[in-house]
Design a protein around this ligand. Structure first.
Ligand SMILES: Cc1ncc(COP(=O)(O)O)c(C=O)c1O
Length: 486
């Protein structure tokens, strides 16, 4: 069969070629020791240049998938196991009971080691600072401080710096969306964007629908705000299951839905456009607010950035939250909400809780965005995250025992790993931490403490010997636990 690579999707051509070979290996069509297609043959078959195939094969050699035998060609590495980790975790099914959420010290434990250089950072979803545009942002910060010292040192009141709001609104034009800078409210990271949005659209005791698994800080907010969480089944590829949500809406009074529709955390799922359209229409009919967290939206591995639910919003019921924490600088704490009809209420919450915000980082961020450097930086960053995710996925699949399932996200930088049944992920996390390896246990992503045999793995750091050793050690720890279980 002839496959046209350009028709098979977007992305760098050589990435598509390597993905094609990885697919063949994962499906078992190419087995360990098998000869891979020749450069010339594959170039003809996929209608790409020999140079492109060569580039792809070099990347696959680095991944440890292919080995070259002089005078003979490329072969699948004998160590490659196609069956391990090739399957993604199954769709979740949860009981749809609204629940109070309780979280204890787990949060503190995970975050206390997030910045410890002695700990291998596979836990918190934090990018390596070396991947961030440090120089460009510092230059912009210096310019802001020297050219506008008075403005930089003064209070900046909600809704935030006008130029920054303008730059943020302007970026949505690329999505075919016209966002009024006046409806953008600057926040302290996406965390505050989510908190203010929830405060604006709910009251104590209200029910909030969330994905299952869901980003744990949302559960924490729900807990602290005295709300109830109802978990909705989610699919590792398409995210929130809309039939399940529809059924929940019919049986209980849901006030808001919080979801990461693009490259969710932890599943990495993306809801297709048709799903987003249906979701917004369904919520409009029931007058339910949608808080969409689009923090990973710019981190797509394919060429096309996925749409946001806001694009389908007719009534202004969608609050779009995001930040530059995963792309520019987590420490600048710059996030935002496109608040539309909720704008005034949301600003009141912001005024009531933090009165004003830092001026200097906002002026600097506006300057950095205006320079056009962000778009160029994103191209490099997406490519780095993509290769880190692919490498980690491959190495985990190689190291962890049969029965392990790993997601295959097309953006973002986290993996969701289902360990063989019976493995207590919390115990694994504790044992790993004793060896200075951090992981996030699956149960943190559920109000009902599901996902006991799941962990989330951060791939935000470039691959190195320390990470490689940690992944190998994880494999040993899991095997050890399996042996102890008998
Ligand atoms: C889905 C999601 N939303 C929000 C946040 C928090 O973002 P910020 O650091 O900008 O507050 C994170 C960080 O991990 C996240 O993964």
């Amino acid at each position: 069969m002839t496959v046209s690579v350009s028709a098979a999707g977007e992305g760098f051509l050589y990435d598509r070629v390597s993905r094609h070979i990885l697919d063949l290996v994962e499906k078992g069509t190419l087995k360990p020791g098998d000869r891979a297609p020749s450069l010339r043959g594959l170039s003809r078959q996929l209608r790409v240049s020999i140079t492109t195939v060569n580039q792809a094969y070099a990347a696959l050699q680095q991944l440890g998938v292919l080995r070259v035998r002089p005078q003979s060609g490329y072969y699948v590495d004998a160590q490659v196991s196609h069956s391990q980790g090739s399957q993604v975790p199954r769709k979740t099914t949860v009981s749809r009971q609204p629940r109070k959420v309780r979280f204890g010290e787990l949060f503190e434990e995970i975050f206390s080691v997030a910045n410890d250089p002695q700990v291998v950072p596979l836990g918190a979803a934090v990018p390596a600072i070396e991947l961030m545009p440090v120089k460009g942002l510092l230059r912009a910060t210096q310019r802001a401080a020297t050219r506008q010292p008075e403005r930089a040192m003064s209070y900046c009141f909600p809704p935030g710096d006008e130029e920054l709001r303008h730059e943020i609104a302007r970026r949505y034009m690329d999505l075919g969306l016209s966002v009024d800078p006046a409806s953008v409210v600057i926040t302290s990271g996406c965390s505050e964007a989510l908190a203010l949005s929830l405060q604006t659209v709910t009251r104590r005791g209200d029910i909030v629908a969330v994905e299952s698994p869901t980003y744990f800080s949302v559960l924490r907010l729900i807990e602290r705000m005295g709300l109830l969480a109802v978990e909705i089944d989610s699919d590792p590829e398409t995210g929130l299951c809309l039939d399940a949500l529809e059924a929940a809406i019919e049986t209980m009074e849901i006030k808001a839905v919080v979801a990461v529709l693009n490259f969710s955390n932890p599943l990495g799922s993306v809801m297709p456009d048709a799903g987003k359209r249906r979701l917004v229409a369904m919520l409009e009919q029931a007058n339910i607010a949608l808080i969409e967290d689009d923090i990973y939206g710019d981190l797509h591995f394919g060429e096309q950035r996925p749409a946001i639910a806001k694009s389908f919003d007719q009534k202004g019921l969608v609050l779009t939250c995001s930040s530059f924490s995963k792309t520019i600088a987590p420490g600048y704490r710059i996030g935002w909400v496109i608040a539309d009809r909720y704008r005034d209420d949301l600003i009141e919450w912001k005024q009531a809780t933090s009165s004003a915000m830092c001026s200097l980082p906002q002026i600097a961020m506006a300057d950095y965005l205006r320079s056009g450097a962000y778009e160029r930086h994103l191209v490099r960053l997406r490519s780095a995250y993509r290769s880190q995710v692919e490498k980690m996925r491959f190495m985990l699949a190689r190291t962890l025992p049969a029965g392990t399932r790993i997601t295959n996200p097309q953006g973002g930088f986290v993996l969701w790993v289902e360990l063989p049944r019976g493995i207590d992920a919390l115990e694994l996390v504790n044992r790993a931490l004793q060896e200075r390896i951090s992981l996030t246990p699956g149960m943190m992503f559920s109000a009902t403490r599901k996902f006991r045999n799941f962990v989330r793995i951060n791939c935000g750091h470039p691959w190195d010997a320390q990470i490689e050793k940690a992944v190998e050690r994880l494999g040993e720890l899991v095997r050890q636990m399996m042996a102890e279980n008998g």
